[in-house]
Design a protein around this ligand. Structure first.
Ligand code: B1M
Length: 208
């Protein structure tokens, strides 16, 4: 029988073939989409992290875990709704220069969309100039940056500085595992969110 734990196990073992069936069974059984994401898919990734750090899992296995997670997320995403809501505002979202991690960033994008924001997802390894160009082109009022590596957090400061140099009044917000409120304050960002749900609240606050 499919459970949140079996979904989590599919992520940990990178079982791309099985994850879809398990997630679908939970959906059919009436489990809330947010619970499938938080207590199934993310819970699995929370087991992968420490194993990767401890050298018990390696890059190819983590990649399989990431793909299994993405396959699960794809099934849940349409259920989060948001399509019919009027737009709350436009947010440019990307993972900063030098950083290829996109699972958390994409979850933030999904939650923002389901809350009613229009999201311009500029992808991974995004240089400060590209964030600026995307903000100018789209007219977004918020730019949300994600970083998972301590080394790439510096690119967040470069981006904040570039927006200031160009006289932009765009709100720049930051998030990702190594990022903190203290760091956001230090680089002059408009805000920090530790998770996707808080990122939505923060965007609403900034536009209020
Ligand atoms: Co990477 N990796 N990785 N990795 N990887 C970490 C981040 C690491 C902590 C693992 C470890 O050692 N314990 C470590 C970083 C150490 C450090 O700098 N502190 C690490 C490393 C070292 C590396 C490589 C250098 C490994 C190597 O090649 N030797 C390499 C770097 C590549 C690069 O980016 N240049 C690398 C590669 C990879 C994979 C490609 C194999 C894969 C990424 C696949 C992908 O993203 N498509 C991967 C993965 C999966 C991880 C871990 C295991 C999981 C990350 C994840 O997806 N978490 C990670 C360990 C960990 O974090 N525990 C690790 C689940 C996700 C839902 O959480 O991304 O934190 P997270 O997002 C959350 C919040 O942080 C927040 O909301 C999300 C949802 O609630 N959030 C935001 C995120 N972005 C936000 C933006 C916002 C607001 C909130 O805007 C305002």
């Amino acid at each position: 029988m499919a459970t949140l734990e079996s979904v989590s196990n599919c992520v940990v073992t990178g079982n791309i073939g099985a994850v879809g069936g398990e997630v679908q069974a939970l959906i059919d059984g009436g489990v809330a989409p947010a619970d499938i994401i938080n207590d199934g898919l993310i819970a699995g990734m929370n087991i992968v992290g420490p194993k990767f750090k401890a050298g018990e899992m390696f890059v190819p296995e983590v990649l399989m875990a990431a793909k299994a997670m993405a396959a699960g997320v794809d099934l849940v995403k349409p259920l989060l709704g948001g399509d019919d809501m009027p737009s709350l505002g436009k947010v440019v979202l990307g993972t900063v220069k030098g950083d290829l991690h996109d699972i958390g960033k994409n979850l933030v994008g999904m939650m923002l969309e389901s809350t009613g924001f229009e999201v311009v997802n500029v992808g991974i390894d995004v240089a400060p100039e590209k964030f600026l160009e995307a903000a100018k082109e789209s007219g977004a009022t918020i730019v949300a940056m994600s970083a998972l590596l301590t080394t790439t957090m510096l690119a967040m400061k470069e981006t904040v500085d570039l927006f200031k140099e160009n006289g932009m009044d765009t709100k720049l917000i930051v998030g990702g595992a190594p990022v903190s409120q203290e760091f956001a304050d230090e680089i002059g960002a408009s805000g920090f969110a530790p998770d996707a749900a808080t990122a939505c609240d923060l965007c609403k606050e900034l536009l209020a």
